[in-house]
Ligand binder design. Structure first.
Ligand SMILES: Cc1cc2nc3c(=O)[nH]c(=O)nc-3n(C[C@H](O)[C@H](O)[C@H](O)COP(=O)(O)O)c2cc1C
Length: 259
């Protein structure tokens, strides 16, 4: 990060005398994600260096119709504020109709964690999920506490993760049985687990109790139930809270290990 910051600062200093007015691609780039390479390209452009590279993103970040040093400053701010990749965090989730997946994607984006989709070896069809039919697959599984639907593929390098956000939909007030398969497939005894779920209206307490009773977990943090339409801001408020709890926990564990 230090190298990146010094490159960006030196780039801005050396380009600071130049103000280039250009008509190209002059819309405000609200959702563009900028990389160090974008900053290099923009700097080259401002300095009128011929590179032959295509500028395929909107670089008029302040939307004033010009691409200049002010845009490079804004880009620098965007790049530096991106959280660093969290290599010790995994967001593992099961989602059949996309609601939990949306929340999981927000969390992945906010924490820069790796992701893992818990997929059934035999995927769930619409018919399997028709809970108004008492004998549909999902209902049968939920009625059998020992049901353990098989998972398609394992997590790569599970041991590398210290923190696991675990997402699922609520099925009949509980976690789907495939979550139990997942929990019983790995050793969570030294992991920090943070459950999250989506539901029509049911809460998360039974599922979180089930999870804590099923396998040994190093630290299970209080999770959260989201509605399908939960906003990114709502998720962010919760994730910030959890990240701060996680960082406190890690400090405690380190102190404990030193002693
Ligand atoms: C078999 C089944 C049982 C469900 N049971 C409940 C329930 O007990 N309470 C509830 O509020 N929603 C229940 N739902 C609705 C889901 O929890 C909700 O639609 C969830 O957001 C789906 O998440 P997904 O899109 O990630 O699969 C159930 C859905 C299915 C398919």
């Amino acid at each position: 990060m230090k190298k990146l910051a010094s490159f960006l600062i030196s780039g801005i200093m050396s380009a600071s005398a130049v103000v280039t007015s250009v008509p190209f691609n002059a819309t405000m780039a609200e959702s563009a994600e900028y990389t160090l390479q974008d900053a290099i390209n923009l700097q080259d452009f401002i300095l009128s260096r011929v590179t032959g590279k295509e500028l395929n993103k909107s670089f008029d970040l302040n939307g004033d119709g010009r691409v200049d040093i002010f845009d490079l400053c804004l880009m620098r701010r965007e790049i530096l504020k991106k959280p660093e990749k969290n290599n010790d965090t995994l967001v593992a989730y099961f989602s059949c109709t996309g609601n939990t997946e949306t929340i999981a994607e927000y969390i992945i984006d906010m924490t820069q964690a790796d992701s893992y989709i818990i997929e059934a070896e035999t995927p769930y069809t619409d018919e399997d999920l028709t809970y108004t039919n008492s004998s549909c697959r999902a209902n049968k599984e939920q009625n059998d506490k020992s049901a353990r639907p098989e998972i398609a593929k394992p997590v790569e390098s599970f041991d590398n993760y210290e923190v696991i956000y675990l997402g699922y939909p609520i099925w009949w007030g509980e976690e789907p049985r495939i979550i139990d398969t997942f929990l019983e497939s790995y050793d969570f005894s030294d992991k920090i687990v943070i459950p999250f779920c989506t539901s029509g209206s049911s809460g998360n307490s039974t599922s979180e109790r089930n999870i804590s009773n099923l396998v040994p977990i190093g630290n299970q943090l209080e999770g959260k139930r989201f509605s399908a339409s939960a906003s990114k801001e709502t998720v962010k408020t919760w994730v910030d809270e959890k990240q701060s709890e996680i960082s406190d926990l890690k400090k405690t564990v380190k102190i404990h290990n030193i002693r």
